[in-house]
Design a protein around this ligand. Structure first.
Ligand code: KG4
Ligand code: ZN
Length: 375
């Protein structure tokens, strides 16, 4: 991926071309990510250039996932400590790979996310910025998941889109009007996040952590219609754009309990396929409904669960049937990484955003309406 360029028309000789090297840091959950990118834009454009050229010079991600495995979910204290250990190596890695000693600007996730994890990454990133004497941009993690949607083939247009962000920590439907533009939350889970449901069901079945990839794999050999698991929040009186996965998790637990009580053998593949179908059916149905409700032309997937093979296939099928364009970043860019933060910050900088300043605070509950601290 390094060296790949995402760009629009930068060939005009009339433009006031600006070029900077940007370091971006992500640390909101259990991945410590860093990316170094070159950003070029036309500073003569009135209102800023919404389509900067972004060249990835280097990327590095360290994950503390294995340290959380025996607890069946992310332990915030362990994540914070792991960020402390991983931050300097991942930053050193991208600087060395690109042969850069000091970038021209630094960006970091300042929310939403785990309080301690955010603090470590943002404080570290601000310290680098202060030591180099360069501006600091504190950006929104969820905006990064959306910005990475521009890193697909063609010329993706996010000016009239809905994003479905699904991970271990978030399950949200967001109204999107361009990269770096304030977003609006249309709906969210009322209990477990979709990834959390995968992780809890995997734990129940003794499949380890994280649950998503293993259930995705086992489901491939199963029949998704074998067990009729409930589709949460789909009755007419339920909220149109919200989700609930705790009832599904309980239904899986009941099913296993009953089978054990009756001495029946559980077909793991059928169980995984049926559970996965229930999750993906509701996610895609509600995402497409949300896009239709607001007249959006594009649906974007992001977050760790967006790596799921069934979710991607079903979303494609249903978007095709509804005339919507589907944007699915490559699975490695769906999970948390530094590049998504670089993409968001690059667009904000090119659009003329002012730095957040070294005193910029982290905010575990940062609202989706705020792409950057200070705007
Ligand atoms: O975005 P992410 O790396 O971290 C946060 O939670 O923010 O997402 C991790 C989540 C875990 O819950 C994991 O089980 C889920 O994403 N996941 C998947 C798949 N790969 C990862 N869920 C379903 N299918 C997958 N293939
Ligand atoms: Zn995330």
């Amino acid at each position: 991926m390094a060296g790949q360029t995402y760009y629009r028309d930068m060939d005009s000789v009339e433009i006031d071309r600006r070029s900077i090297v940007l370091l971006a840091v992500e640390s909101s959950c259990d991945e410590t990510g860093a990316a170094l990118v070159r950003v070029e834009w036309d500073a003569s454009r009135v209102g800023g250039d919404p389509f900067p050229q972004v060249e990835i010079l280097a990327e590095s991600v360290a994950s503390s996932m294995e340290e959380h495995a025996r607890f069946g979910g992310v332990v915030p204290e362990i994540a914070s400590r792991a960020h402390l250990e991983a931050l300097r190596p991942v930053v050193r890695n991208v600087l060395d790979t690109a042969g850069i000693t000091a970038p021209d600007a630094v960006a970091a996730t300042v929310g939403p996310g785990l309080a301690g994890a955010l603090l470590v990454g943002a404080a570290g990133a601000k310290a680098y910025a202060a030591a180099w004497g360069v501006p600091f941009f504190g950006v929104n993690h969820l905006g990064g998941h959306v910005a990475v949607g521009a890193m697909v083939e063609g010329d993706p247009d996010l000016s009239n889109a809905v994003a479905l962000l699904v991970s271990g920590g978030h399950t949200q439907l967001l109204r999107v009007r361009g990269i770096g533009e304030p977003m609006e939350e249309m709906g969210a889970t009322l209990d477990d996040a979709a990834g959390e449901a995968y992780d809890k069901v995997a734990r129940l079945l003794g499949l380890g952590y994280p649950g998503g990839p293993v259930i995705d794999r086992l489901a491939k050999d199963g029949d998704p219609r074998a067990i009729a698991f409930p589709r949460g929040m789909t009755r007419p009186q339920d909220s149109r754009h919200d989700f609930s996965f705790s009832g599904l998790k309980t239904a899986v637990a009941r099913y296993v309990e009953n089978a054990e009580k009756n001495g029946d053998e559980v077909d793991l593949a059928d169980l995984c396929a049926s559970f996965q179908e229930a999750v993906c059916d509701v996610l895609t149905m509600k995402a497409i409904r949300a896009a239709k409700d607001v007249g959006a032309d594009t649906l974007l997937l992001g977050g760790g669960v967006a790596a799921n093979s069934r979710l991607r296939a079903l979303a494609q099928e249903r978007c095709d049937a509804s005339g919507l364009t589907l944007l699915t970043p490559s699975p490695r860019l769906c999970t948390d990484n530094g590049t998504m933060i670089a993409m968001l910050a690059a667009h904000l900088i090119a659009a003329g955003a002012q730095p957040s300043g070294y005193e910029c605070a982290t905010d575990p509950g940062m609202p989706v309406e705020v792409p950057l601290v200070g705007v």
